[in-house]
Design a binder for this molecule. Sequence first.
Ligand SMILES: [Zn+2]
Length: 130
Amino acid sequence: MIRFPTEIVDIMIKHAVSGLPNEACGLLALHGNVVRRVYCLENVAASPDRFTIDPDGHHDAVIDADENGWEIAASFHSHPDGREQPSETDIEMSPGAEWLHVILGMGSSLPSIGVYRVGTRAVPCTFRIG
Ligand SMILES: [Zn+2]
């Protein structure tokens, strides 16, 4: 069970809204199963159906997480058309089955959230907000 403090979810949703019509992305630092910090980063692909995390921002996030004793163990990104399931591209580009993918579906008035571990296929993870 992954736990997301409410304020972390709020920050991710704001970043997803500000990135529209493109996908927005970022990284999450975890300590155990708790998300401790969110890094809202630039999608250098600037695309509505894929994302590439800004490498400089990624580097800075790893340093910040290290200094705090956390681990960068997840990315988050939005799907402007609404699906919170991983796309074919997400599965192809996944760094490995231990990596957590947090996906924000932005197609309806209330954003939906999906959390997956993605190896050769996507496996949903249980999570709690708050
Ligand atoms: Zn995606």
